[in-house]
Design a protein around this ligand. Structure first.
Ligand SMILES: NC(=O)c1ccc[n+]([C@@H]2O[C@H](COP(=O)([O-])OP(=O)(O)OC[C@H]3O[C@@H](n4cnc5c(N)ncnc54)[C@H](OP(=O)(O)O)[C@@H]3O)[C@@H](O)[C@H]2O)c1
Length: 342
């Protein structure tokens, strides 16, 4: 059955300088081949578009190897098993894993790099498994709880507050009894995190001074800063941290398309004065405990005390320009590309 199918794929054609351009991609179509024993064929339904994809396009040492030139672009995704020659999955199973930017994934069911696992769509719709119940949610949950170590009554500030990671950081912190202040671009995003997600306040960094906002909304200072953006916002928060503050370096999206060196924090001596610490996290380090985070957040979702927002764009052909939405602040919630219907 698989032999009549064609697979459209986006491959990395060139390493971008600055913001990725259309010419940095090539679009190829290859036939789906017959499955060998132990293999599965997965139809990709949704792709997770993540800021990290920009880093994977660069050459150089990181926590994961760069995507090679002409390789199918790496991406997390969710799909349905359409054919299986493995006892691990059956046709009809809903799965998540490293699908890549393409219509179909085929290979060994137990491929460690792709890491496919079954998800229960009776518990939550499939896109939620790319958001709070997937990689961004696990980043937020374990980054905040394990590195941030929040205590009830503490003040938590999170940037990229209306995005995939930020939404979850703020709501987990609220569930742990903290005061939560978001930082996001624009009134609509700020209103959303306060009115829909229950944050205590949100600073619109595009509409005014972050320092003034922190003074107003963090009268007792900042105990935890979950940093998704780096750059000037990190510097502003460093001026307001408390004794023994914890700063979680999750990402620095403001720096990912720089053509000049990354801008480090000028105010880092605030760490010395406040005996504070800054620590980086990589979500994959918590992989063996994802089920703990999924169970707790799914419970909150079912109780109606935890919400998520996804921004779903249609069509694999729109991949190149949709990815750019992340770096222009055009996504409102977890950015997902829908590739096909079930
Ligand atoms: N360490 C890990 O394991 C790990 C795992 C997942 C994600 N991350 C990191 O977490 C961060 C958030 O990822 P996400 O998936 O949740 O993305 P996201 O927040 O859903 O989307 C990106 C958002 O970043 C904001 N942004 C873009 N350019 C900016 C700039 N120059 N200054 C300030 N804000 C800017 C925009 O929001 P506004 O409209 O509010 O500006 C944009 O909507 C990223 O840095 C990502 O690399 C790290």
């Amino acid at each position: 059955m698989s032999t009549s199918l064609m697979n459209q794929q986006f491959r990395l054609a060139a390493r971008p300088v600055g913001m990725p351009k259309p010419g940095d991609w090539s679009c190829t179509t290859t036939p789906v081949r017959e499955l060998a024993d132990g293999e599965v064929l997965i139809k990709v339904l949704y792709l997770s578009l993540d800021p990290a994809m920009r880093g994977w396009m660069n050459d150089g040492k990181s926590y994961i190897r760069p995507v090679a030139i002409d390789e199918v672009m790496r991406a997390g995704g969710a799909g349905v098993v359409v054919e299986s020659k493995s006892s691990k999955f059956a046709a009809g199973d809903m799965v998540c894993g490293g699908t890549g930017v393409q219509q179909y994934w085929q290979g060994a069911a137990d491929d460690k790099t792709a890491g496919f696992y079954k998800v229960d769509t009776s518990r939550a719709p499939l896109p939620k498994y790319l958001n709070a119940l997937g990689m961004p949610g696990m980043t937020a949950y374990f980054g905040l709880l394990e590195v941030g170590m929040p205590k009830a009554g503490e003040t938590v500030v999170v940037s990229g507050a209306a995005g995939a990671v930020g939404q979850t950081v703020g709501q987990v912190a609220k569930h742990k009894g903290c005061r939560v202040v978001g930082i996001a671009g624009g009134k609509d995003k700020c209103d959303f995190v306060v009115n829909e997600l229950g944050f205590d306040a949100c600073i619109d960094y595009k509409g005014g001074s972050v320092k003034d906002g922190l003074k107003e909304h963090c009268p007792k200072g900042v105990d935890i800063y979950f940093d998704n953006v780096g750059g000037e916002i990190l510097d502003a928060v460093l001026t307001r941290i408390n004794l023994k503050a914890r700063i979680i370096i999750c990402g620095a999206i403001s720096q990912y398309n720089n053509t000049t060196p990354v801008k480090g924090p000028a105010n880092y001596l605030s760490l010395l004065v406040n005996r504070a610490r800054m620590e980086g996290i990589v979500v994959f380090d918590y992989a063996d405990r994802y089920s703990v985070g999924v169970a707790e957040m799914a419970k909150w979702m079912q109780a109606g005390t935890f919400k998520t927002r996804e921004d779903i764009v249609q069509g694999l052909e729109n991949f190149p320009e949709t990815l750019l939405m992340l770096f222009e602040g055009k996504n409102f919630g977890k950015l997902i590309l829908q590739v096909a219907e079930v």
